[in-house]
Design a protein around this ligand. Structure first.
Ligand SMILES: [Zn+2]
Length: 75
């Protein structure tokens, strides 16, 4: 199984969209638990790391590698 790379400030897509209809969450805190904020409604939730990883679909935008964003045209 592929290890997903994510970090603080990254915008990620979850397997299930937020109830507001937005499927983009920004990582605003990293730790034992990860706090993510919905880009659409600004609602933030704290989820355990294991749960976050199981629900994470993909990283949409990496804060760190923003300058060299790879074009993912395989989908
Ligand atoms: Zn939302």
């Amino acid at each position: 199984m592929e290890k997903k790379q994510y970090g603080l400030g990254d915008v990620v897509q979850m397997k299930k969209p937020h109830p507001c209809g937005t499927n983009e969450m920004e990582i605003i805190r990293m730790g034992m638990d990860i706090r993510i904020k919905c880009v659409g409604c600004k609602h933030s939730v704290l989820v355990p790391r294991a749960k976050f990883e199981s629900k994470l679909k993909k990283v949409l935008r990496s804060a760190e590698a923003a300058s060299e964003a790879p074009t993912d045209a395989t989908e």
